[in-house]
Design a protein around this ligand. Structure first.
Ligand SMILES: Cc1ncc(C[n+]2csc(CCOP(=O)(O)OP(=O)(O)O)c2C)c(N)n1
Ligand SMILES: [Mg+2]
Length: 1010
């Protein structure tokens, strides 16, 4: 209140040119413009009244005729009059009296007027901030969308609430100047309090609850206020209303049709939120009008078939035939249930007459997992089309209320929305908020008032809307699309609705929500309510309505009849990301071979030279980085490479061939282990950077290397989505340490390992997982190879025929490739092979830590020379390999332990007795090469050695396959750490003891004798 007093004092004592007075968080800017003092009578009341003769002049003019002065002066004098002693009102007074009594009295009264104005402004602001809490959002009228029946005390729901503001009932008819932070006045600058409250109630407390005042940007707040406060702004033409009705008919009758034909099938119907279909169509229409020609969508189960049929316009017979249990699958793979499949469709948008491509990304049951995938795919499309502002390509994500509030990946995805290398320039989120999750009530399913509160972290406006008011829904969709087109930021539409049936059509909701469902049974269908409204308004006739219903029912019946002709189900027809030029017309690879992955010497030299230089002038790098670059230059001179250079050569050579390379993950720019340094930082100019990889060749593809947010689930999902968009890109995600991949387990299990089988789509994403037991403790050690290997689909008991290009055929048949390279050259080869293959498979690479700098873990340029290729297995090339007949023991291993074994063998002088063979590609298991090796060492015992614990690592995977190779005629002995619960010890000395112990076993030639 003290601030109010300050303002009154200023009013009495004259004003400064610019006064900023804060009242309850509200900022008033008052300009005491000198000109105003001698201005015309049509001038408005200045915020600071300081010149008594001016007031007098105005007062006298007003007494002559109230119309003589500006309406604000009119309001001012009326207020003074109303509050003055009775009998004086309207009396013309001599100037002295006016100055002596009326005016001084007026100025006293002005204090009250200002207080009242401030109060009214605070009231307006209260509605803007909290109006949504009392909006009528629940179509059932029994629940509170914000989980709280509390009515904010600063909203005028009863007359006595006026007291909070120092106002009373008699003030309701007083006019008040409106602040520039409201649009409720339309053309009016003042309104009676009664009207102010009425308009605020209409804007904020009707069927739309606008939550936006937390947004930090004033212009954005003003934009929203204008969209929801301007009187009469929510207008629809009759044509728009008819379109809305027609869309509601389709949405409703589609579900009715499915329910009639397949009453005992699960379809996760949309009943209770039929308005979702017209809502999406409005968003798409408006976005198409704004220039968007590609919309990528992700959604859960609820209403998915309806979206496919009525938004994407998948042929109805294709949808209906999915219900036929006799239909046989034509494609390889396991397929998926009908409400998970994706879709891609190009069509003309009827409202705008423009082409539009709509795709719905296939998803698993795991709710919200598809969110980052959709974002990645959208980003990729924007990137390849040069659509840097997202003016052509956009994403829409749909959510259930329980999942939106409960799943952490929603938060992770929101946090990508404003990051330069991850933003899709605004996503429109639509929540089907049926106020229940399976059988669980919201009050026990979330701690936030709304299911949408997560969106507040990125300053996304949230439009809550009663889904039984289709016009209100269309309006918020229109505004959301305009918001996205204007600000390129996320926005949320919260469709507050209900679920007419159980979680699925087989469920009984009365078991758990009896009262809610009693109300739902009484609830009139939205189509009925809206059609009656339009008929009453004369927008359509009953006959027209019935004809429209009959027309759509007929379309469904005809499609049903033709769906019976479908004998075979082509999952291929449900592809969300087709790559037409990459495959043949039948979707097959164009060849079944892979070119060698070696390179010309000049390419190696050129990349090596750029990798060890700073291609920008006057760019001062850190001395430590200088040292690293000098080291690289020395390596290049001696035609050698370390791990970082091998990677550089892989990326650089692919860029030369027009392949986009994108490396994303935590701290990937420098590299967790400070070995990479793909982004150089000027030590003297803040934020000046140089990415030498983008300075390799004139017409090269671009290289994106981006430090990500600290998320695995969200970021890996995003990169998987990015990799979906094009086969001509190498997309890599690197975990900080390999074990952190498990917070993205859902993406790995549900999309990467099984995606092709379920959705017949290829994906060539590469996972770089730092792995190795180096005494760093239980975390930071194991990337859990056992898990990836357990999920491979190659048969341990069956050796495929060694025909054709065995390597390529085996890769074609697998669900993913798992490698652990021991040399930089092989790492480079496998990355290049990933692109040179005629199909795409996910590639899991266990990458080293200490090997990054290990002097033995180097390759010569010759290992990458023209004609060379990836070695799936590296045989023993030393004395043992040269005289295999003499060898007593063959140790097979993979990765870093090779160097420890080789060192130990040398120390124990066993170079002739023990062969060490490296399995570089673990899965698919190189049966052909392993067989060759086993046959070569006829007299040797076979050992698998790993540094991981026995119940981890590779042993469980390789053991049955080795036994298959030797037809169970020989054992394959285990050497490594004992079984354990934790992947590694936290004690350095225990770690070394364990290593010593298994090294002793590996080279004790009597270890396996009875
Ligand atoms: C990650 C995950 N956990 C659990 C489930 C099992 N489940 C399927 S639907 C559902 C309720 C979803 O509620 P909501 O998000 O509100 O969507 P609605 O079904 O109400 O449309 C649950 C828990 C799932 N599919 N995914
Ligand atoms: Mg729900």
């Amino acid at each position: 209140m003290s601030q109010f007093r300050v303002l009154a004092g200023v009013l009495k004592g004259g004003g400064s040119p610019l006064l900023r007075l804060r009242a309850g968080g509200l900022t008033w800017r008052c300009w005491a413009h000198p000109k105003r003092c001698c201005s015309s009578r049509t001038d408005p009341l200045p915020a600071v009244v300081s010149n008594s003769s001016y007031v007098e002049e105005m007062y006298l003019a007003w007494l002559d005729d109230h119309k003589n002065v500006h309406e604000s002066w009119d309001s001012f004098f009326r207020n003074i009059q109303a509050s003055g002693p009775s009998g004086e009102a309207g009396e013309r007074r001599p100037s002295a009296l006016l100055q002596g009594r009326v005016l001084s009295h007026s100025l006293d009264v002005a204090e009250k007027v200002v207080e009242d104005h401030l109060a009214v402004h605070t009231l307006i602001r209260a509605y803007q901030i909290r109006g949504h809490h009392v909006a009528q959002l629940d179509p059932l009228g029994i629940l509170d969308a914000d989980l709280d029946s509390f009515v904010p005390s600063d909203l005028i729901t009863t007359i006595d609430k006026l007291g909070l503001y120092g106002l009373n009932e008699s003030d309701l008819d007083r006019s008040f100047q409106l602040p520039h932070t409201t649009f409720i006045g339309g053309q009016e600058t003042t309104l009676p309090l009664r009207e102010i409250i009425r308009r605020l109630e209409a804007s904020y407390c009707g069927h739309i609850g606008v939550e936006f005042m937390f947004i930090n940007n004033v212009n954005q707040c003003q934009w929203i206020r204008q969209k929801f406060e301007t009187p009469g702004i929510m207008q629809f033409t009759n044509a728009e209303k008819r379109t809305l009705l027609a869309r509601l008919i389709r949405s409703t009758r589609f579900e009715d049709f499915l329910a009639r034909k397949w009453s005992s099938e699960k379809r996760f119907g949309l009943e209770g939120c039929e308005v979702l279909i017209p809502a999406l169509k409005t968003i798409i229409d408006k976005s198409s009008a704004a220039g968007i020609d590609s919309v990528i969508m992700g959604m859960p189960h609820r209403g998915r078939l309806n979206v496919l049929a009525n938004v994407i316009r998948k042929d109805l017979d294709q949808i209906f035939c999915q219900f036929d249990p006799k239909l046989e699958a034509a494609d390889e793979g396991s397929g998926d249930v009908k409400y998970h499949l994706g879709m891609y469709h190009e069509r003309i948008n009827r409202e705008t007459d423009k082409n539009i491509t709509l795709s719905l990304v296939a998803n698993p049951s795991h709710l919200e997992a598809v969110d980052p995938v959709v974002q990645g795919k959208t980003k990729a499309e924007q990137f390849y089309r040069g659509d840097t502002q997202g003016k052509k390509v956009m994403s829409i994500l749909m959510h259930g209320d329980a999942a939106f509030a409960g799943q952490g990946v929603v938060y992770e995805t929101f946090h990508l929305s404003e990051l330069p290398s991850y933003t899709t320039n605004g996503t429109i989120h639509v929540v089907v908020n049926n106020q229940i999750g399976f059988t669980t009530d919201p009050r026990v399913a979330r701690s936030s008032p709304y299911p949408t509160d997560v969106a507040r972290v990125v300053n996304a406006p949230i439009f809550h809307v009663n889904a039984d008011d289709p016009e209100a829904v269309m309006y918020v969709c229109r505004v959301a699309a305009e918001w996205r087109a204007t600000f390129n930021k996320d926005v949320v539409i919260d469709l507050v609705c209900y679920r007419r049936f159980g979680h699925n059509e087989m469920d009984e909701p009365m078991f758990t929500q009896p009262l809610m469902y009693k109300q739902i049974h009484r609830q009139e269908h939205v189509l009925k309510k809206y059609s009656e409204k339009l008929i009453a308004e004369g927008v359509v006739t009953l006959q027209e309505f019935e004809e429209e219903v009959a027309k759509y029912d007929k379309i469904c019946e005809e499609a049903y009849t033709s769906s019976k002709d479908e004998k075979i189900l082509h999952i291929r027809h449900w592809l969300d990301s087709p790559w037409p030029d990459f495959f043949t017309a039948q979707g097959e690879p164009k060849s079944m071979s892979c070119l060698p992955t070696g390179l010309d010497e000049e390419v190696l030299q050129h990349i090596g030279q750029i990798a060890s230089s700073v291609p920008l002038e006057d760019f001062k790098i850190h001395p430590g980085v200088s040292r690293i670059l000098r080291g690289r230059a020395d390596l290049v001179k001696s035609r050698q490479m370390d791990w970082a250079l091998g990677e550089y050569i892989a990326f650089g050579s692919l860029l030369k061939d027009g392949i986009h390379v994108r490396l994303s993950g935590q701290d990937v720019e420098r590299g967790t282990f400070s070995h990479r340094h793909h982004v150089l930082h000027d030590q003297e100019v803040d934020k000046r950077i140089c990415v030498p990889m983008n300075h390799l060749w004139e017409n090269q593809a671009s290289y994106t290397v981006c430090n990500s947010s600290l998320s695995e689930y969200g970021v890996l999902g995003f990169e998987l989505g990015f990799a979906m968009a094009s086969p001509n890109a190498l997309i890599l995600w690197e975990a900080q340490f390999g074990d952190f991949h498990n917070t993205a387990q859902c993406i790995i299990d549900q999309f990467i390992s099984s995606g092709q089988a379920k959705w017949v789509r290829n994906n060539g994403i590469v996972l770089l997982l730092p792995h190795g037991m180096e005494g760093m403790g239980p975390e930071h050690s194991s990337a859990r190879p056992e898990r990836f290997l357990q999920m491979t689909k190659d048969d341990p008991d069956h050796i495929p025929a060694f025909t054709g290009d065995f390597e390529v055929h085996q890769l074609y048949d697998c669900n993913w490739i798992v490698v652990n390279c021991s040399t930089p050259a092989n790492y480079c080869h496998v990355l290049r092979r990933q692109i040179l293959l005629p199909f795409r498979k996910p590639l899991i690479i266990f990458t080293p830590k200490s090997l990054l700098r290990h002097p033995d873990a180097r390759s010569g340029f010759d290992d990458l020379a023209k004609g060379t290729k990836f070695k799936r297995l590296i045989p023993d090339e030393g004395p043992a390999g040269q005289s295999p007949g003499q060898v007593k023991r063959v140790i097979f291993c993979t990765g870093k332990v090779y160097y420890e074994l080789a060192k130990e063998r040398k120390q124990q002088n066993l170079d002739r007795d023990v062969a060490i063979i490296r399995l570089e590609q673990i899965s698919p298991f190189p049966f052909d090469l392993v067989s060759e090796e086993v046959e070569k060492y006829t007299n040797a015992e076979l050992v698998w050695c790993q540094e991981e614990h026995k119940n981890m690592g590779y042993y469980d995977y390789v053991r049955p396959r080795f036994l298959t190779v030797v037809a169970n005629k020989k054992p394959i002995w285990y050497v490594g750490r004992d079984p354990a619960a934790a992947p590694a010890t936290g004690n350095k000395s225990t770690h070394l003891n364990e290593l010593r112990k298994f090294m002793d076993t590996a080279f004790n030639m009597s270890s396996f004798q009875d």
